[in-house]
Design a protein around this ligand. Structure first.
Ligand SMILES: C[S@@+](CC[C@H](N)C(=O)[O-])C[C@H]1O[C@@H](n2cnc3c(N)ncnc32)[C@H](O)[C@@H]1O
Length: 352
């Protein structure tokens, strides 16, 4: 079982805290659920979605680095900020804790030089916050999580509604924001416009298709004869998701084959794939944490670290003169990129 999120106590909003400035987290993912209700996706697993009304949204926007916590308390402290009924003070006490991580309270702007980047520190605290463990999650964590922990997840939308909220999942229903289309239908229109269905691909591969809505919606935007002769291949590491992907791809009218596999070592023949779709998946692949000593010497402490260092050398990725104490290198996506390159047909290589 995944450890429950450690509960961080709300911050006290008294004394010096009132003079701190507030910055909201950059690149927040928001979903406009109702005319007066916005959802903010958490930055990490196991944290709650936050629901805000217009007042709550205004308070979040007011956290622009020029407004003090005291001003926010005066202005929004007693106003109701969301459909759950809590006033601004309730939100202000919590948003800067790892359990919410919507904002940062401080005297200096976050960002700047990497070693002082407070967003990084806050994100690190988020990870430690839910896991209760300090430091890097570990190089086996993501694969273990998908392979074992999600293998027992119930077959419903809850995991993606609450934890891994992706754009394609949020737009699985038609939305005004997409001119009345779903994400999958819009993507299919773009693929057609770009020439990917003239001539048709014979094998369309989707990696890490989650609950399968994309396959279903892509298929719905093509007529049956347009799908004829195409095999939709789903590859996913999480078995219950794969089952749903196959079911929904069939509902979208595809001839489908599903295989449980790790995309970092694809069980496919060379030049066997004409079109690949990989949606919000690469960040799930294996990361490794390399030390300064390993980066400087080019010698890894483990086989996996050596593989990462060999890729850095082969791809001629620049290493700074004075590298940081440690860096996280996304080995999995590099492995996947290398594996998929050999599996692509000539056609995909010639596509403009
Ligand atoms: C964040 S979800 C994205 C799901 C879907 N594409 C979407 O946009 O909603 C990641 C998906 O990739 C799968 N996955 C994660 N790591 C994988 C790996 N190494 N190989 C294959 N599938 C993987 C997960 O099981 C899940 O279905």
């Amino acid at each position: 079982m995944k450890p429950a999120a450690a509960i961080h106590p709300p911050r006290s909003l008294a004394g010096e805290a009132l003079n701190l400035l507030a910055w909201h987290m950059p690149d927040l993912v928001a979903y406009h659920h109702h005319p007066d209700e916005w959802w903010f996706a958490p930055l990490d697993d196991n944290l709650p979605l936050l629901r805000l009304n217009r007042t709550g949204l205004d308070m979040l926007k007011a956290m622009n680095g020029h407004t003090t916590v005291g001003t926010l308390v005066d202005h929004y402290g007693t106003k109701i900020c969301g459909p759950d009924g809590q006033p601004g003070s309730w939100h202000l006490e919590r948003w800067a804790t790892p359990n919410y991580s919507l904002c940062y309270f401080g005297t200096d702007p976050p960002g700047g030089h990497r070693h002082k980047a407070k967003w990084d520190i806050l994100l690190q605290q988020v990870r430690e916050g839910w896991s209760g463990q300090e430091g890097f999650e570990g190089e086996e964590h993501l694969e273990e999580f998908h392979h074992h922990e999600l293998a027992h997840s119930e077959e419903d939308d809850r995991h993606f509604d609450l934890i891994e909220t992706t754009v394609s999942h949020l737009f699985r229903e038609p939305s005004d924001a997409l001119s009345g289309l779903t994400y999958g239908r819009l993507l299919m229109r773009q693929l057609r416009r770009l020439g990917w269905f003239n001539p048709k691909p014979k094998v369309l591969l989707e990696i890490g298709g989650g609950l399968g809505y994309l396959a279903q919606e892509l298929g719905k935007d093509l007529l049956p004869f347009e799908k004829q002769g195409i095999t939709y291949v789903s590859i996913d590491i999480t078995h219950p998701f794969l089952t749903l992907q196959v079911t929904r791809a069939k509902a979208g009218g595809w001839q489908v084959s599903g295989t449980r596999a790790n995309a970092e070592s694809l069980p496919l023949a060379d030049q066997s794939v004409d079109l690949v779709i990989d949606n919000e998946n690469m960040a799930d692949m294996t990361p490794v944490q390399l030390s300064r000593k390993e980066l400087s010497s080019g010698v890894g402490d483990t086989g996996q670290h050596q593989e990462a260092l060999d890729w850095i050398r082969r791809l001629r990725l620049p290493i700074e003169h004075d590298p940081p104490e440690s860096v996280i290198f996304n080995l999995g996506p590099i492995r996947f990129g290398a594996a998929i390159t050999t599996r692509l047909s000539q056609r995909i290589r010639q596509q403009p």
